[in-house]
Design a binder for this molecule. Structure first.
Ligand code: HEM
Length: 392
């Protein structure tokens, strides 16, 4: 099969290139991607597409490091500093700072607040009138939720989401464009100063005032990096899952009807929604030693990318992987990652989806398309930017 440029955002502009990855899984499970004019730093990289190899990489952070150069194709200057771009044991220390705020129990306390928000959002939808489900609904709840959790004033959310969305719109495959980081950091500087003066019970206040195991505190740069990680992680991903699910429910109204009639099935369905949409598409690691993976001889220092979306379509693990089946159980998807970096926000994301779908079932029988859906030109977050629908 003709290679395609996985380092170029436009390659993903019509959704994930499944055909190419199906071929990779079968014929070239650990494939060397030559650099193109779009590839960051002009460095080639390995593309790991099979479930078993993806799992092996997630579990072996000592060999496949997040700290050396970060988790995106482009080398990151937050590598070795921020939670997702550190390795254990440093990573464990940082994670302990925020873990408590994200346990299922702590997140469960948000349910009532999220439900009120979801109802307010859906009050804006009129049955029979076209609207953009992505912007008006799918984007709103996760955005409001992450503002609540971090202690970001809700009135700032429009300004922030605009910065974040511009960051994802870049076509270079480099989500973390310089300008985007600068703008988010400027906002974080202001907010963190406020949290230092007037702490509350939000996560940022906790991080600002927390001591690490050795008694030291995070410095300003580390604190800003935390914000620059948590805000977009909360705002960008769950919207793709909610939006992608509704797009699928348009195509398969029976699946929506089943859940509406038997809402006890929602817990299982949410895992299928994450598998199906796989909003986080790939992660990069850097090899810390020469290592063999499948037939490939990976050299120390090389970039190795693992593709969650591809692992979640692996024919060896999922029966009929290209069938969206809300009753699929068990469902060992890796949409939230695996191992030490397993998604910190998974409980929050699951709760947002639960509340949103329950409220959708309450109000609407089905959805119909009212225009062309649009996808992001981005390889790190495969998601919709527009989903015009009519609710019935
Ligand atoms: C459906 C929605 C979501 C998906 C698909 C998703 C996916 C992922 C994945 C695949 C990882 C692993 C990263 C790696 O191994 O390098 C991860 C980590 C992470 N996620 Fe999520 N995520 C979602 C929602 C959220 C939310 C709502 C938050 C809110 C704070 C969040 C915060 C994080 C953080 C902080 C990490 C880094 C954890 C660590 O390094 O220990 N995520 N996520």
């Amino acid at each position: 099969m003709e290679p395609i440029d996985l380092s170029y955002g436009r390659t993903f502009g019509n959704g994930f290139p499944h055909e190419f990855f199906t071929w990779l899984r079968a014929d070239e499970p650990v494939w060397w991607h030559e650099p193109t004019e779009h590839t960051p730093e002009g460095e080639g990289f390995w593309v790991v597409s099979r479930y078993a190899d993806v799992v092996a990489m997630f579990k072996d952070g000592a060999t496949f490091s997040s700290a050396v150069a970060g988790t995106a194709l482009a080398d990151s200057n937050a590598a070795g500093i921020v939670l997702n771009q550190t390795d254990d044991p440093q990573h464990r220390t940082l994670r302990a700072l925020v873990n408590k705020g994200f346990t299922p129990r702590m997140i469960g306390r948000l349910e009532d607040d999220l439900r009120i928000r979801a109802r307010q959002i859906l009050d804006g939808v009129t049955v029979g009138e076209p609207f953009d489900f992505l912007t008006d609904v799918a984007r709103e709840l996760p955005l409001q939720a992450i503002c609540s959790v971090l202690g970001v004033p809700q009135e700032d959310r429009a300004e922030l989401v605009e910065i974040v969305d511009r960051g994802v719109a870049g076509e270079t495959g480099e989500v973390i464009a310089m300008e985007y980081v600068r703008q988010l950091s400027a906002y974080a500087r202001k907010l963190l100063a406020e949290k230092r003066q007037n702490p509350s019970d939000d996560i940022l206040s906790v991080i600002v005032h927390a001591s690490l195991e050795d008694g030291s505190r995070l410095d300003d740069r580390e604190l800003r990096a935390f914000f620059n990680l948590l805000f977009p992680a909360g705002a960008e991903t769950t919207r793709s899952a909610i939006g992608g699910a509704v797009l699928q429910f348009v195509a398969e109204p029976d699946q929506y009807r089943l859940l509406r009639e038997e809402p006890d099935r929602l817990k299982v369905a949410i895992e299928e929604i994450v598998r199906w949409t796989s909003p986080s598409v790939y992660k990069r690691r850097t090899a810390t030693r020469d290592v063999q993976l499948g037939n490939a001889e990976i050299r120390e220092g090389q970039r190795v990318t693992l593709w969650e979306m591809s692992a979640n379509r692996d024919e060896h693990v999922f029966d009929e992987p290209f069938r969206f089946d809300v009753t699929r159980d068990p469902n060992p998807h890796v949409g939230f990652g695996l191992g030490t970096h397993f998604c910190l926000g998974a409980s929050l994301a699951r709760l947002e989806m639960k509340v949103m779908f329950e409220e959708l079932f309450e109000r609407f029988e089905r959805f119909e398309l009212a225009g062309e859906p649009r996808w992001t030109n981005n390889n790190r977050l495969v998601g919709l930017t527009k989903l015009p629908v009519v609710a019935r």
